[in-house]
Each structure stands twice: as structure tokens, then as C-alpha cells.
Design a protein around this ligand. Structure first.
Ligand code: DAH
Length: 338
């Protein structure tokens, strides 16, 4: 009997089936009421008492083994139905296509890296702000047009909760908590209530820089700007400062760089002037220092702010601002090697 069991086991081990019907035939042949294994159980009655235990155990094992084997064949048929048959699942997958870094991220990182080399560290602040941090502390008059709903997205009125319109709000947040020396660079997203077009968007990105210490002068600002412009746009780049006005700086200026398309001769990109505007800057107004708890008699500082989209446009000539937020992979792929 034990030989019969072993022979049957060996046979069952080698079973194969080509389809569901064949699996079912195997089940009938071995496990049904009239199946070979069932009939061995019938013969069990004739086994001498002293062998009953061992043979009973072997029979039960054989039955379990056959059940498992036939179930496995049935499972194999089921997975073949899903089309997995013949697939080598251990094969190395085809190379996966990696995404690219967004041009605005690339340029932001480059700006940060340049200022890091001058000892600036990154500071960040919230996009949802209050009037104090965005306007009041920065010396905006009560009737300044930026406080109008036409320019600013308000989430709530009195007390005002709004989306920051510039990253200058991070200046206030840092100055309130830190005494000089302060040397920070603040990248972030800002919001303005503008109609979306090729040249304007209701959200965009800025980088703000702030340096406060004893004896910080306009010459420090100018040298920092020159260093930044040459690192960003090449060693031949020239800069020029034009007087301007911002509530939080005095004096204030706007910086232009020489147009690298025409080399300063004048072209359609620079509207014939040979210069393109890239940022606003100035010496921090003493009112702002005092409002933020820094003694304006002891300390001076400079600040500057630029749009990341603007710098990116100058570097990569993106014609339509909307492309930055549409996530069209054909556009993003252009920056694969940038
Ligand atoms: N906050 C200004 C804006 O959004 C940019 C700016 C100008 C920032 C001059 C500055 C600055 O720090 O000194 O247009």
C-alpha cells in the first residue's frame, strides 16, 4: 500500500494540464468519489492494525498534496486567462522616463546658490498673510493703491486676511524675530488680482533679499547686485541703477542689466534701449526697521526683490507666462538638460 501511495504521489507531482477541462479531468481522476485516491481510502479497511497509523497519515498527506497540486494547476489557468502567461516577470523593466525640473525651480535654485555664496541663508514665510506683514510694517500709506481689492486678493476683511502680494512680507517676519546681522534670501509664491495674459498672471514667484547690519551702505547693495548679475547672466554683464520709489526703501532704485541679445546695441527685446529691467531695490527705510523692532539709529540695511519668471524669461526667452503653469510636457521637456 505504501508503495502505491508513493507511486501515485510521484505521478501527481508531474501532472500538467493545457486548459480548464484537463484540470477538471485530473480532479475527477484522482479526487472524486470514484477517484484513485478515494479508492485507496476504501482499501484502508484492509490495512493491518499495526500499520494503520503510518498509512493513514501517508494517505492524508497524499490527498492534501493532490488537492494542492490540482488547485495550483487551476490557478495557473486563471492567470493565463489574464494574459500573464508567457510573461517573464523577473525581466528588468524598460527604463522609466524621468520627469524634468521646472524652469522656475531651476532658476530659483540658481538665484539661491548665488546669494548663498555671499553668506545669505533662505527664510520663508506664509502665503496667507495679514495687513501688517504685507503693507503696514512696510510703510505703505493707508490709501496706497496696492491695498485696493483690485490688486490684492482678500480672504477676509477686518481683520484683513489676504494672499501676500510680494515676498517683502518675509522681511518683516524675520526682522520681528531676529536682531542684526540679518542676511536672508526669501523665495516664494505671490498673488495679485490681475487678468491672466501672456504678460501677467494672478500668481507668480519672487525672491527677496535683505541685509541689515551696522554700516551697510548703498555701495554694498550695488556690489551685491553686480555680483548677482554677472553670476546669473555672465561676466560681461553690465548693470545700471535708475531712481525709483518703493514705500519700504529710501532711496529706492530699479536695476537694469545690459541686453545680452543685442549686446547693448538695442533690439526689439530691449525695446531699442540696450537695457532690460530686472529688479527693485533700495536702502531699508528707517521707518520699517523701527516698526520691526530694529534700532534704525544703530543699523542700516538694503533690500532687493525680483520676479523669478522675469529672470527665467531673460535666461530662456519664454514668450508666454502662462506656459509656466500649464504643465505641458513639451514645454517642460525643453529644460531637460538645463
Ligand atoms: N516688493 C516689490 C514688488 O513686489 C519688489 C521689491 C522692490 C522688493 C524693492 C524689495 C525692494 O525688497 O527693495 O514689486
Amino acid at each position: 500500500m505504501i508503495d502505491k501511495i508513493n507511486a501515485l504521489k510521484a505521478r501527481i507531482e508531474g501532472l500538467t494540464a493545457a486548459n480548464d477541462a484537463e484540470v477538471e479531468a485530473l480532479r475527477v481522476r484522482y479526487l472524486s468519489k470514484k477517484g484513485e485516491i478515494t479508492s485507496l481510502f476504501n482499501d484502508f479497511r484492509t490495512v493491518p492494525a499495526d500499520q494503520k497509523k503510518a498509512i493513514g497519515q501517508a494517505l492524508n498527506e497524499l490527498k492534501n498534496f493532490a488537492t494542492e497540486r490540482i488547485n495550483a494547476l487551476r490557478d495557473a489557468m486563471a492567470s493565463a486567462d489574464t494574459g500573464l502567461d508567457g510573461l517573464d516577470l523577473t525581466r528588468t523593466a524598460a527604463p522609466m522616463r524621468l520627469g524634468t525640473r521646472h524652469p522656475l525651480s531651476l532658476v530659483r535654485e540658481e538665484i539661491i546658490a548665488i546669494f548663498r555664496r555671499l553668506g545669505f541663508t533662505v527664510a520663508e514665510g506664509p502665503e496667507i498673510e495679514d495687513d501688517w506683514h504685507v503693507f503696514e510694517s512696510l510703510n505703505f500709506a493707508a490709501d496706497h493703491p496696492a491695498r485696493d481689492m483690485q490688486d490684492t486678493f482678500f480672504i477676509q476683511r477686518s481683520p484683513d486676511v489676504l494672499l501676500r502680494t510680494h515676498t517683502s512680507s518675509v522681511q518683516t517676519r524675520v526682522m520681528e524675530k531676529t536682531q542684526p546681522p540679518v542676511r536672508i534670501i526669501c523665495p516664494g509664491r505671490v498673488y495679485r488680482n490681475e487678468a491672466i495674459s501672456a504678460r501677467a498672471h494672478c500668481f507668480f514667484h519672487q525672491v527677496e533679499a535683505l541685509y541689515i547690519d551696522k554700516n551697510v551702505s548703498f555701495a554694498d547693495l550695488r556690489q551685491t547686485l553686480l555680483y548677482f548679475a554677472r553670476e546669473m547672466f555672465g561676466p560681461e554683464t553690465k548693470i545700471r541703477l535708475r531712481p525709483s520709489y518703493f514705500p519700504f526703501t529710501e532711496p529706492s532704485a530699479e536695476m537694469d542689466i545690459s541686453c545680452d541679445l543685442c549686446g547693448g546695441k538695442g533690439c526689439s527685446f530691449c525695446k531699442g534701449t540696450g537695457w532690460v529691467e530686472i529688479l527693485g531695490c533700495g536702502m531699508v527705510d528707517p521707518n520699517v526697521l523701527d516698526a520691526c523692532g530694529i534700532d534704525s539709529k544703530e543699523y542700516t540695511g538694503f533690500a532687493l526683490g525680483m520676479g523669478i519668471e522675469r529672470i527665467t524669461n531673460l535666461k530662456y526667452r519664454v514668450k508666454d507666462l502662462r506656459m509656466f503653469s500649464e504643465n505641458d510636457v513639451r514645454f517642460l521637456d525643453e529644460f531637460i538638460d538645463a
